[in-house]
Write a protein that binds this ligand. Structure first.
Ligand SMILES: Nc1nc2c(c(=O)[nH]1)N[C@H]1C(S)=C(S)[C@@H](COP(=O)(O)OP(=O)(O)OC[C@H]3O[C@@H](n4cnc5c(=O)[nH]c(N)nc54)[C@H](O)[C@@H]3O)O[C@H]1N2
Ligand SMILES: Nc1nc2c(c(=O)[nH]1)N[C@H]1C(S)=C(S)[C@@H](COP(=O)(O)OP(=O)(O)OC[C@H]3O[C@@H](n4cnc5c(=O)[nH]c(N)nc54)[C@H](O)[C@@H]3O)O[C@H]1N2
Ligand code: SF4
Ligand SMILES: [Mo]
Length: 757
């Protein structure tokens, strides 16, 4: 790996590959998977769905839409990745047979793994598990509405929703309107567990909440800094952009404690000759910091930018506030503190600063390694400060790009599914409702679990997702959900939450149509602020009793609210929802005519091509970012006896190659050489220092539980750190929380790894 500027090698390079790992990401296995899926009996349906005019179900990169299933928002073709196929394949499975749930009691269902639950097939009729009953029973829609309506008539503060970003903007808008109309602000969302620190950080600095870079702008960058994001797995089409930037001589700096093979070299099917088989080099410089230390690393980069005379003081003076303190902080923090906190050498940091400071247009992208930290908002501030100090914000080809999660998670936030509602939206909603919104602060996801655990929640509606599986401390999540009287899950597929996240009284599971099956058009928003328009479609489940999400929400709302403040049943024609959105949500004006124009659009006010910000002063606000103090507990803090030999690591928990969040598609992770789910990726020197060998079975203990029989796999992870997969690992820890955003520190979980003597 060369930096093209100095001969700086990662010191030490934590790059050991185990025998099972390929030497690049992507490549032929992708094509093999495509071939296998598309030639299977479900192949024709798969192709039909790939070609359907709707946005990809999987990630927020936003491929698909009106220009056809393979087109990105810049109109470029061949943009569907294997992850998309994986997601569609799961949705076009046959229905679960009607007697399956008669034959299997809840205790048996609770034994299923995530993959087994998903493989049961599609949910196809409404069902209920009543207190005292051992089985899910089919239930009529009439009874569903009666139970749901009664459950929603509880004290508003005791009614809550949770959502996950697969559903449409229309469903999201209706969900929050229904909740606000009963007087509840309890709109927890999966983004609370995900990019909430990005939203909070960007809002405080720039009065915006999303990426400020469009896809078109990204293409103009000559340097991309990618921190805490494994895009080769989770946003594969982003890799095409990185390849193109490299081909033009641009530089990619990767910041990640794990040397992810796909970020070193990636074979992309979009470039069959030059990339797919030989692979394209991605990282020009790969920095491997200690988990949770990115703020220190970025302050180090700032310090070096200053020392190398690359600080853009003219820019700071003209366009920012509070810059003096931020610059002073970087200048005065000594190198020793920086390098011991982040574990990256001064020479490597200087090399990164040199590349960033000498590039003309730098985009800073990041994901969960940055946000799922106790100091996630500071991490975001420190990245943004670096961008501002080098004048890389508010111009074409530069800026800040949180790489979002679910395919419409950003749309949920825009639609007002959040506990931190924008003032403008609050105002328009109050006009619509004809009264002030409740002043009681709503529960975001973690506070929802804590409130439920304290017996403060009676009713919960979940629009998609897996609240049980996504939360840390699985036993607490189970207990907390068990104190809620009624839980209503709307879902396409069964997941562990439907079997272990059970209510005290009634748990209802309602089968819904997915994005490409709805009988009406819908919209979603990509992570690059582009609104996609999805055509109506059909389901392959011919005799099933499925419901469109919008239909259920409007019918329930009509029963609760009558025609206040809108004629809910009329909104079953989603065109009217879009008109309401256009009137209520700033930036969505074009939504009013999208049914006539079919024109997908970039949300106005989001992309910054000039250094003018929507803050009161028009300037960006900079904040000082204290370096984290990262201390792991000692072995004795885990209550272990002297005779136990092991070590304490900073455990990062995240995704394998073949899973989508809590849903596991395949058990192995071939690019990291992890053969199954019950593995821990460790640094060889760490393992050997504790007397462990590769493939040995160990116990991994967190602060509330442990996993046994975990296989040690050596990998390219820095010393002191290790990696395991969620949702399984969620059973071992109760997390630290990022206080300003409520996000759990999933990427720095103190864990004791040991082998029984
Ligand atoms: N195929 C697929 N696509 C997905 C998803 C999926 O599950 N499957 N999930 C979607 C969702 S909801 C999301 S949020 C995104 C998630 O996308 P990502 O954020 O890319 O996914 P993660 O696996 O959570 O972790 C990202 C990386 O953070 C690194 N990391 C851990 N700790 C640190 C740290 O302290 N500092 C730094 N710099 N890096 C660190 C890890 O090594 C890992 O490579 O993907 C979305 N897209
Ligand atoms: N330890 C650890 N925990 C984590 C994370 C981590 O990195 N580490 N990441 C966190 C992050 S970033 C996120 S976003 C959360 C994810 O948390 P969630 O979003 O709650 O979980 P998912 O697994 O994405 O939800 C999958 C389910 O959604 C349902 N579904 C799919 N499509 C549709 C649809 O169109 N409509 C409806 N109604 N339902 C649908 C299906 O039933 C499917 O089983 O997990 C978080 N938890
Ligand atoms: S990059 Fe994301 S949006 Fe694009 S095809 Fe792949 S999974 Fe779908
Ligand atoms: Mo996420």
């Amino acid at each position: 790996m060369d930096t093209n500027s100095q001969n700086i090698q990662p010191v030490p390079p934590f790059s050991e590959k185990n025998d099972e790992t390929p030497d690049m990401g992507g490549g032929l296995p992708i094509i093999e998977y495509w071939a296998k899926q598309t030639l299977s009996p479900e192949g024709p349906k798969l192709w039909q769905t790939l070609l359907h005019k709707s946005a990809c179900l999987s990630c927020s990169w936003g491929t698909g839409g009106q220009k056809g299933g393979f087109t990105n928002e810049d109109g470029e073709k061949l943009q569907r990745c294997m992850k998309s196929v994986e997601a569609i394949s799961a949705e076009i499975k046959p229905a679960i047979s009607t007697n399956y749930f008669q034959q299997h009691n809840i205790a048996e269902l609770q034994q299923l793994t995530s993959r087994e639950a998903d493989r049961l097939g599609r949910l196809s009729f409404p069902m209920i598990l009543r207190a005292g009953s051992s089985h899910y029973d089919r239930i009529s829609w009439q009874e569903v509405y009666e139970i749901a309506e009664a459950a929603f008539r509880k004290t508003p503060e005791r009614v809550a929703s949770y959502s996950s970003g697969r559903s449409s903007n229309e469903a999201a808008f209706l969900l929050q309107l229904m909740m606000r109309a009963i007087g509840s602000n309890n709109l927890a969302d999966c983004s609370d567990l995900c990019h909430a620190p990005s939203t909070t950080g960007l809002n405080e600095m720039f009065a915006t909440r999303t990426s400020v870079v469009s896809l078109e702008n990204l293409k103009q960058a000559d340097c991309v800094v990618l921190a805490g994001a494994n895009s080769a797995y989770n946003h594969p089409r982003f890799m095409n952009e990185l390849i193109k930037i490299c081909d033009k001589g641009g530089k990619i700096i990767v910041i990640n404690p794990v040397m992810e093979i796909g970020l070193v070299k990636f074979g992309s099917p979009a470039f069959p000759v030059k990339s797919l088989i030989p692979g394209s080099k991605i990282a020009s410089l790969y920095l491997q910091p200690i988990p949770g230390s990115d703020t220190a690393l970025f302050v180090g980069i700032q310090k070096s930018v200053i020392e190398q005379g690359l600080l853009d003081e003219t820019y700071l003076q003209a366009h920012t506030e509070g810059w003096e303190a931020a610059v002073q902080h970087a200048r005065e923090t000594d190198w020793e503190t920086i390098t011991t906190t982040c574990g990256v050498s001064q020479a490597e940091i200087e090399a990164a600063a040199k590349i960033i400071g000498n590039s003309k247009r730098v985009v800073f992208g990041w994901a969960m390694g940055i946000t799922q930290q106790k100091n996630g908002v500071d991490n975001v501030f420190s990245i943004a400060n670096t961008a501002l100090m080098t004048g890389n914000l508010g111009k074409i080809g530069a800026g800040l790009m949180p790489v979002r999660g679910h395919s419409n998670v950003q749309g949920f936030g825009s639609m007002g599914v959040t506990v931190n509602l924008k003032k403008e939206i609050q105002h328009t909603l109050e006009q619509l409702l004809g009264c002030p919104l409740s002043g009681v602060k709503g529960y975001e996801t973690r506070s929802l679990i804590e409130a439920a655990d304290a017996g403060k929640v009676d009713t919960l509606i979940c629009l998609g997702g897996n609240l049980y599986g996504a939360n840390p401390d699985s036993n607490q999540a189970k207990r907390a959900l068990g104190k809620i009287e009624t839980i209503i899950y709307l879902a396409t597929k069964p997941n562990l939450g439907h079997f272990s996240g059970l209510a005290h009284h009634n748990t209802i599971v309602l089968p819904v149509l997915n994005r490409f099956e709805n009988p009406y058009k819908t919209t979603v928003e990509s992570g690059n602020n582009f609104v996609r328009f999805n055509d109506e479609g059909e389901t392959h489940l011919k005799d099933a009793d499925l419901i469109p999400e919008v239909h259920f929400l409007t019918e329930l709302a009509a029963r609760i609210h009558g025609t206040y403040p809108v004629d809910w049943r009329q909104l079953q024609d989603t065109k009217y929802v879009r008109q309401l959105i256009a009137k209520t949500i700033p930036g969505f004006e074009k939504m009013a005519t999208i049914d006539e124009t079919n024109e997908e659009f970039t949300i106005s006010g989001r992309i910054f091509t000039e250094p003018k910000f929507p803050t009161d002063s028009g300037k960006a606000k900079m904040f000082v970012t204290p370096l984290p103090v990262l201390k792991l507990p000692e072995i004795k803090d885990f209550g272990a006896s002297e005779s136990v030999r092991g070590l304490v690591v900073a455990l990062m928990t995240g995704r394998s190659y073949s899973q989508h969040n809590t849903v596991v598609y395949k058990i192995d992770d071939k690019y990291r050489g992890m053969p199954h789910r019950n593995c821990i990726l460790m640094n060889r020197a760490d393992a050997e220092s504790a007397g462990m060998k590769e493939h040995q079975r160990v116990t991994v203990q967190g602060n509330v539980g442990k996993m046994e029989n975990v296989e040690v796999i050596y990998g390219a992870v820095r010393e002191g750190a290790a990696l395991m997969f969620y949702p399984e690992v969620n059973v071992i820890f109760h997390p630290e929380i990022e206080k300003r955003s409520g996000t759990p520190a999933y990427k720095r979980v103190p864990a004791f790894v040991y082998a029984e003597a």
